[in-house]
Design a protein around this ligand. Structure first.
Ligand SMILES: [Zn+2]
Length: 472
């Protein structure tokens, strides 16, 4: 009898917390005794999981905004991620924005930046990519396939066929004869690990009572050996649930020869996804514009859904930032065109990740884009760099965290507003425009449910909290 297989994936991510103007981390008293949440979650989850060797036995993705913090603040843990990466790590779209809600150009940049950042940090091209909140639609999958990504992970309810058989990988056709691999994680097992503390008190019991029964069947007609995937937030193992770094260690550690109580094999997701997937047996279709943490499509990040008691602020916040993005883009393209800079601004934006990641200086980047003997004046070259820096923040302002919770009074939304402020102030300075006025007017169209202050006031407060002047 062929043994079934278990794979585990952890999604490691924290939003950017540093002030976009100064790069300083604000103090977060709620994270005491640690100075901020990143430090606390590092101590409770990232570092212990690295020290226990768990990163070498599971599949994971490490968001760029968290990776850069770890690199600076906890080099030993960062280096454990780097060492474990081959055949374990998959990429993540860069700013953790909800791709089905983004423009085509923004999706492409987020995916290209995520892939490039991964490559710069880990030294090889990723085979898989984690979609933020597993938010998906067919154009996003087609884009991943185009960018050379072989597979992604989705929630079981994102399959068009429900209930879906999750114990095998699938292929999803994305048009033009192309397809991409998809692994739907095991809903019951992943939920038990995430939300049922009693289930994960004892790893051996969990393996015997929960995992083994899911694998008590023979191979599928095409010969595929059943495999279940547990996919959760990585912070779960030690931060959301104490001691679960130990649970994970026991669940995935190799068993000593003399014990061998496990009735299934532990496998790498990457190996599973590298096996040929027979289209005839394993053709899946997805439910468009769905995600893993909202059962109302992607409404959690754009509209009212039962996840928030009063979500009336979410739509107007997104509309305000969408309008700002349109304004920033139109003004930037105009400045570049009028300056006679012969560069495709959008291709330059895709390439700018090398500057953001620190792999290249602004000067090196300009030489690469424009050539060293370019006739473009110094001032105009500087403008190009400034406008690309504005794009960096205009992309960052769409991080999903700003919409995730009940109220825009929270730090996560303030961070989106600060990113918007940074972007608009650069562009207004370079172009002499007044886009910020329109932004403030648009932000006044929504109100915090708990504090009854409008978005314009939240914007002013966010700026003042980091020592920036209020909008005029
Ligand atoms: Zn929802």
């Amino acid at each position: 009898m062929t043994r079934g297989r278990l794979a585990v994936h952890a999604h490691f991510y924290q939003p950017r917390r540093a002030d976009p103007f100064s790069g300083r981390m604000p103090a977060e008293p709620a994270a005491a005794p640690y100075p901020n949440w990143n430090a606390r979650i590092d101590a409770e989850a990232y570092r212990p999981n690295a020290e226990r060797g768990n990163l070498q036995r599971i599949s994971w993705d490490l968001g760029p905004t968290l990776a850069s913090w770890l690199e600076a603040e906890d080099p030993p843990t960062y280096s454990a991620f780097q060492k474990a990466a081959p055949s374990r790590a998959i990429a993540q779209a860069y700013h953790h924005s909800i791709l089905p809600l983004a423009s085509a150009a923004d999706r492409r940049t987020e995916v290209r930046w995520g892939i490039r950042d991964f490559e710069l940090r880990l030294g090889f091209r990723p085979k898989g990519l984690w979609l933020p909140e597993t938010a998906v639609d067919l154009p996003t999958l087609a884009l991943l396939a185009e960018e050379g990504i072989a597979y992604t992970i989705l929630a079981p309810w994102q399959s068009a066929e429900t209930p879906t058989e999750t114990r095998r990988p699938y292929r999803v056709s994305v048009g033009s004869g192309h397809s991409i691999g998809v692994m739907f994680y095991d809903g019951a097992l992943s939920a038990a690990v995430s939300f049922e503390p009693a289930a994960s008190e004892d790893a051996h019991q969990f393996a015997r009572d929960r995992v083994a029964p899911r694998l008590a069947r023979g191979p599928f007609p095409d010969g595929t050996v059943p495999v279940v995937l547990i996919a959760t937030d990585g912070e779960l193992y030690g931060h959301h649930q104490v001691f679960r770094d130990l649970f994970l260690e026991h669940l995935v550690a190799p068993e000593p020869e003399e014990i061998q109580s496990r009735t299934f094999d532990l496998v790498d997701l990457e190996d599973v996804m590298a096996e040929p997937i027979d289209q005839e047996f394993a053709n899946a279709r997805i439910r468009e514009r769905t995600s893993w943490s909202c059962h109302h499509g992607v409404a959690r990040w754009s509209a009212e859904c039962p996840d928030a008691a009063d979500g009336r602020w979410k739509g107007p916040l997104r509309a305000a930032l969408d309008r700002l993005a349109g304004g920033v883009d139109a003004v930037s393209e105009g400045v570049i065109r009028d300056a006679g800079v012969t560069v495709n601004f959008w291709e330059a934006r895709d390439a700018y990740v090398d500057v953001v990641s620190g792999a290249e200086s602004g000067a090196q980047f300009l030489t690469r884009c424009l050539g060293s003997r370019s006739a473009v004046s110094e001032a105009r070259r500087a403008h190009l760099l400034e406008l690309l820096e504005a794009q960096r923040w205009r992309l960052a302002m769409f991080a999903s965290d700003g919409w995730f919770w009940d109220d825009p009074i929270r730090e996560e939304t303030a961070q989106n507003l600060l990113a918007a402020a940074r972007a608009v102030r650069i562009v207004d300075k370079v172009a002499g425009t007044h886009l910020e006025r329109f932004l403030v007017a648009d932000l006044a169209l929504f109100t915090s449910p708990s504090r009854k202050v409008d978005g314009a006031e939240l914007y002013t407060r966010a700026l003042e909290s980091v020592g920036q002047r209020a909008p005029k």
